[in-house]
Design a binder for this molecule. Sequence first.
Ligand code: ASP
Length: 445
Amino acid sequence: MNKESANSLTARIVIGMIAGIGLGLLFKAMLPKDGDLIIPLGLFDFYVRGFFVDGIFEIGGQIFVTSLKMLVVPLVFVSLVCGTCSLTDTSKIGSIGGRAIGLYLITTAIAITIAIFAGLLVAPGEGVNMTSEVTFAAAEAPTLAQVIIGMFPSNPFDAFAKGNMLQVIVFALLFGIAVALAGEAGERISKQFEDLNEVIMRLVVILMNLAPYGVFCLMTTLFVKLDPSAFANLAAYFFTVLGVLILHALLTYPTLLKVLTGLNPIIFIKKMRTTAMFAFSTASSNATIPSTLNTTTKKLGVGNSIASFTVPMGATINMDGTAIMQGVATVFIAQVFNVDLTVTDFLMVIVTATLASIGTAGVPGVGLIMLAMVLAQVGLPVEGIGLIIGVDRLLDMVRTAVNVTGDSMVTVVVGKAEGQFNQDVYNSVDDTRGDRIDFHHLKDK
Ligand code: ASP
């Protein structure tokens, strides 16, 4: 692939996205509504809904997301084993993990605190009269002890099969340490892993280059199905969450990055574009891991030994965007149900939301399950979730983009602090590095 076309991967994804949204809205306007009997099984409806929306586009979109997920476990395992055994001093794992977890928790707590303040300031639920028929059962928030014990796999293959990221991380770290300590045998295995990593990263780039089509399909089906009437009562809630998400991404992260590393935050935001779009269209931090790893290592200059550890960990335990939704949603639901929350309640919300985010994976919609835990913790009716569910999908997409931006920011900070960071790569204007598929050596054969 030549440079010019590689340059346009981000542009092509944007085009795919806009075209998908446009086509989705067009289909929506043309299709008979459900229950509308004017042309119930007309040819147009049959072809558009059956052949395109539920057919080609649904298949294309799902294959795209599934293929990204397919890469996650092998990619995380192989790159983390490589990363660990290339660390000259494996005792550094403690300080890398400590810094990353500390920053992840702090940024989440900041996020939810801003969200609660914004919710109290805007009061999106004041005077809103809504009822909901949706019933919800809240699962218990896990205790810290459960979270820690749950990180250790009794069977690594089970962890792989279930895609339990924290367990995969722990196994990969232990395996990598053993490889580093195993002398000659370790060296041989480590070379094999390096080669395997190279191959898997190539697969990542191939898939990333198919993203414009996948994103196009995903957006088309999503926008046909979106229900605009859900937004009527929820505009204040929707825009409060959106506003705080944007503020967090464009103000909190750049400020933290500048203060903690001295790096130019504008470069960071610019280079996050492609990954943020992956997150936006898949609504899954987990499915975005391949792109986040690619961006942090190839474009932002963080060493693989750091990024392969902090990125998958962040996708699992760091969900600032989700915490923002939970903060505003808690205030909104309390206002709708006329419940006064005390300062202790709000502190409880902050602690529960932060802990819940550790135990739940980054997949679409999981934020609502965590919200149920938070609401139950402060005695708010869990049915309140039914009120906001109508606009949640769109917010899920935006907050996932914020979640992965947070993971990447922390990765850069830890990489720099640990001396595993290449400032020239970070500063380079070529932000397509890592997006290209190089076919030259195939042609030479
Ligand atoms: N979809 C989000 C993520 O994958 C989680 C959520 O907020 O539902 O990061």
